[in-house]
Design a binder for this molecule. Structure first.
Ligand code: NAP
Length: 244
């Protein structure tokens, strides 16, 4: 039985770096994305070039039917394998001050983070828990969910919700050798932060720079490793000292 890693939102940014890193440490990787097929194919190609195994599995994480259909198909193609490492990374921003926030801005952001986490994790847990096969679930939260960020009530609520779910689920499944942790990045250089005034914001960060996706990926890979078996229910900040 082969153990796979599934990384949601792995076509770009942090998810892409996590997929590459998990492949580098020896896991075959399933690359999820929503619509950017070209970018996802490039990630798969990079993984193959470094000697790893990658396959694409596009679906919208917030769409229950799409999640079930894609995972059904994957399970049919892999009757003897299971996803042992799940990285719930897919996420979006739609910033606005609360009094002007549209229903869509609220629901799209909350559903992508929270419904996505719920539909995928519930489904894959069934394969991690039997006979203490074990598993690793790593949720990509945010400083915004720990501290709260003005202009991001939707995003802060989604990420704080993800942190609460991480802590609760960790206690439910610890006896089955499944760990559940969250990472909470500060400002990381990706498409998501491209429109922000980086020079201004850097001054607020004690490390005086944005983080790199590869730095978050290294932390995720540690939490996914055998060495991290006794760490569960934690939220690990990775933010250059921005908030402690
Ligand atoms: P990004 O560069 O914008 O990439 C987002 C990724 O998520 C893409 O692969 C995108 O796929 C995918 N995605 C978006 N909605 C999806 C959906 N409904 N279903 C499936 N995939 C979906 O973002 P990033 O900066 O790497 O962020 C990754 C995670 O880190 C997010 O959860 C974000 O909230 C969190 N985070 C980021 C920062 C930061 O500073 N960058 C800080 C804290 C936390 P397509 O390519 O197909 O669109």
């Amino acid at each position: 039985m082969a153990k796979y890693a599934l990384v949601t939102g792995a076509s770009r940014g942090i998810g892409r770096a996590v997929a590459l890193k998990l492949s580098f440490v020896g896991l075959p990787v399933v690359i999820n994305y929503k619509s950017n097929r070209k970018a996802a194919e490039q990630v798969a190609e990079e993984i193959r070039l470094q000697g790893g195994t990658a396959e694409l599995l596009p679906f919208d994480v917030a769409d229950k039917l799409a999640v079930d259909e894609a995972l059904d198909q994957w399970e049919q193609r892999h009757p003897d394998d299971y996803v042992a490492v799940l990285v719930n990374n897919a996420g979006i921003r739609a910033d606005n001050v609360m009094f002007m926030m549209a229903d869509e801005q609220w629901h799209n952001v909350v559903n992508t983070s929270l419904d996505g986490f719920f539909y995928i994790t519930r489904r894959l847990l069934k394969h991690m828990m039997p006979r203490k096969r074990g598993g690793r679930i790593i949720n990509v939260a945010s400083l915004s969910g720990v501290k709260g960020m003005p202009g991001q009530t939707n995003y802060s609520a989604a990420k704080a919700g993800l942190i609460g779910a991480t802590k609760a689920l960790a206690q439910e499944v610890a006896a089955r050798d499944v760990t559940v942790n969250a990472v909470a990045p500060g400002f990381i250089e990706t498409d998501m932060t491209r429109d922000l005034p980086q020079e201004e914001l850097k001054k607020m960060v004690p490390a005086q720079r944005f983080g790199k996706p590869e730095e978050v990926a290294a932390l995720v890979a540690f939490l996914a490793s055998d060495e991290a078996a006794y760490i569960t229910g934690e939220v690990i900040n990775i933010n250059g000292g921005l908030y402690t």
